[in-house]
Design a binder for this molecule. Sequence first.
Ligand code: GLU
Length: 378
Amino acid sequence: MSTGEANAMDRAAFLANVSGLVVKIGTNALTGSDGRLDHDVIVALAADLAGLWRREQIRITLVSSGAIGAGMTELGIKTRPRDLPMLQSAAAVGQGLLMNYFAAAFKPYGLHVGQILVTRYDFEDRPRYLNLRNCIHALHRCAALPIINENDAVAVEEIRFGDNDLIAAHVTNLLQADLLILLSVVDGLLDAAGGVRPLVEDVDESVTQLVRDRKSSRGSGGMGGKLLAAGTVRTAGEPVIIANGKVPGIVRRLLAGEPLGTLVLPGKRRLSARSRWIGLTARVRGTMVVDAGAAAALRNNKSLLAGGIVGSDGDFTPGDPVAILDASGQLLARGLSNYSRADVEKIKGHRSREFARLLQCDTWYDEVVHRDDLVLEP
Ligand code: GLU
C-alpha cells in the first residue's frame, strides 16, 4: 500500500464520526484574479457545505475572511491600506457584500446564514464567550449557518486578532467541534522538497521551520498563522486539516478521506470546555513564579499553595486568569487565581494558617489556584 493509500484509508476511518465542523476560508480563496469576490467559488463552497449539512447532519460553522479584500476592490483601493481607519472602512463596505453573496448561495438549500462579528473581547470575557457559543448553537437549531468574521470595522489594535485562522481555532475549541478545516490557496503544508506533507503529528520546530511564506497578499494569515491555529486546536484535543479551497468539493472530499491537504493530528489529552478557555483562550492578567517543589506538585495535579510562590507580576483580582512560571521563566500552567495580586504578595511563601493574620480576615482559601482551575502546559 502506498503512503497515499494508507493515508486515505486511515483518514476515512479517522474522520468518520465528525458531526461538528468549523471551516475557515481565506481571502485569496474567495476572490478571483481581479480581486472581486469570486461568485463561482462561493456557490461551490455553499453546495459543498450544504450537502454535508443536509445529507449527513454535520453542523457547520464558517469563519470567512474576504471583507477587507472585497471592500478594497469595491472602493478602488489597490494595495492593502496600512492605516487602520481605511482598513475599517474597507471591512465595513466588504462585509455586507460578503454576506449578500453567502445568503444567496445557501438559499437554494433552504439554509439561512447568520452573521457574527467578533473581537478579542468576545473570547477573553467568559460571559461573552459563553454567549457566543449559545448564539452559534441557536443558529444551528434554526437551520442557519453561522458565518463569523472579525469585527474589523471597530476592532482596533488592542482588541484585534487580525487573523481569522486563530479566530477559527478558538471557535473550534469553544464549540468542541470535531474538526477544523483551514482553506486557503495552498495545497497544504509543503515539505522541503515542495510536496504536500500529508500528516503532521505535532506542531513542533521541525514543522514550523517549513514555513516559507510570511503573509498572504490580501489576507493576513500565511502558513505560520495556520500552524499556530492548528497547534491551538490540537492542544485542546481535536484535529485540523489545511487544504486548498479552490479544489471543487474540497470539504466533502476531505471528510470522505481523500488524501488532500495536511492533516494535523490531535494531542493526546482532550481538554474539557472550561479548561480550553482557561488554558488556551483567556488572556492572563498576571503571573506567579513558583519554586521547584511547587512546580513538581503542579505536575502531579496538585493545587498551587502560597508556600511555593516566590513572586508575582501584573494586575489580577480574584477569579482572573494567571500564568504560572517556574524560576527559569518557563510556563508551567495557567489557572484562575483565588487571590488578588496584592494579597498574593502578602501570603507568598507562607502557610494557610498564617493567612488570617497576614490578610486580616476570618475566612480564606487554602489554595491560591485550585487544581480544578488549573491547566498544565502539555
Ligand atoms: N477579517 C479579515 C477580512 O475579512 C481577514 C483576516 C484574515 O485574513 O485572517 O478581510
